[in-house]
Design a protein. Sequence first.
Lengths: 130, 148, 117
Amino acid sequence: MKIKEIAEKIEGKVITGEDRLDEVVEKGFAADLLSDVLALTEESSCLITGITGPQVIRVAEVLNIPLIIIARGKQPSKALVESARAAGIPVILTNKTVFETCGILYSNGMKPCKIKIFHGVADESSSFVD
Amino acid sequence: MWEEKFRLVYRVKPMDLASAGSASSQIKVELQRNGIEEDVVRKVGIICFEAEMNMILYSTGGKLKVEVWPDRIEILAEDDGPGIEDLQKAMEPGYSTAPPWAQDYGFGAGMGFPNMKQNSDVFDVETKPGEGTRIHSVVYRSKDNETP
Amino acid sequence: MKLHNIVEAIGLKVFNPGVPNYGNIEISGGYASDLLSDVIAGLSKGDIWITIQRHLNIIAVAKLKDAGAILIAKGLEPDKNVIEKATEEGVILLGTNLTTFEAAGKLYNLLKYGEVR
């Protein structure tokens, strides 16, 4: 799905990265905790989140995340908008919840990204498996 | 051939949650600019980000150091305390002692150490309650160099 | 939709099936968040709360908001004391290997279109 189509489907507003609206994003990932995002093993997934601080953009930079969707009607901090603009990363705001945003994009064909699964409560013997 | 090429050092301030990741994203840019391989940059970026977040939230401040060698990147995160009470617990995925308010900043997934370990070729942590924590990580730059 | 239909359709794990009458709980929607303050503000009664949080606080929050169930994503498992507390409080704890995104997508489709797709 093109970024502009994503924005339409979730009735969102693009606030940065307006020059990248024709880029295609095929996968999605939802998280509110940065380490959960940092555990992502695949690039090219968009991030659907409820955090609004500039740290999100720094994670996106480190992981080459192509699009950030801020849900739950939250207003991003000024620092986030500035960082996103400087990094050229598109940000979409939507009043829908993270749940609805995931639901709408999933039902429109957006794919989940692959993750590493940790089975159970880890001890020394547990390991990552795909 | 085994000489260090360059070194990046950042001071990490405690409790400055809004700056989380600023050192790491600068490190990423510096490594990219110096032509370090993309997958290596990504791994180092993730390790630094986690180390940086830990220092901000839990320590009284510390230093994040990245050394670039021809065959590897060395990451050293050292803080001045207070050390980790139960390191074994801290290594468990999902275990976190982050206070609920810190979650609003995205902290406290309990994936810090697991993420660092996952992206490192060599990973060790030394910690002493009351003193400090020292995280050492190595990421090799290519398969051929794994046994220098 | 009844909880047991959802558990079957998506293939969810139930950590505490001993909670009386669990399968008949009526589920009306979903809420996905790892931020307790957002859940307290936004979750509606009868929602399945999708999260990767597994600490004891989630039980109190689910209880406070009358969540239909808690679904822990990404293959993570709660500690025994969390499961025990959930059972004591009558809160259903579910698990899945899916990410929050995919679990939310499937639940959304199921509730909206009657199938997981």
